[in-house]
Design a protein around this ligand. Sequence first.
Ligand SMILES: [Zn+2]
Length: 89
Amino acid sequence: MEMKCFLCDSAGAMSESADHGNRQRIACVAPGCGSYVITSRAIRRLEEGGPNREVLIEMVRLANDRAGMLDISVASDGLLQTTEVLSAA
Ligand SMILES: [Zn+2]
């Protein structure tokens, strides 16, 4: 499915459902952005406008540079947390 990137708002990002629909795998084509995995809760948090998207984009790019992928989720304390996973996972 083609959509707007949750982090940089660019059109043309591709999304793919993962983790039984709990997560989406996003491939953003915008320069400086990249591929990441994000949970439905984290998407809602971003839509509410809390988290610093620029920091997240930077982390996505760094993970991609290392052939990894950033997994963005919401921790039990309600804050966004990120984990770097292998991009093949
Ligand atoms: Zn993006």
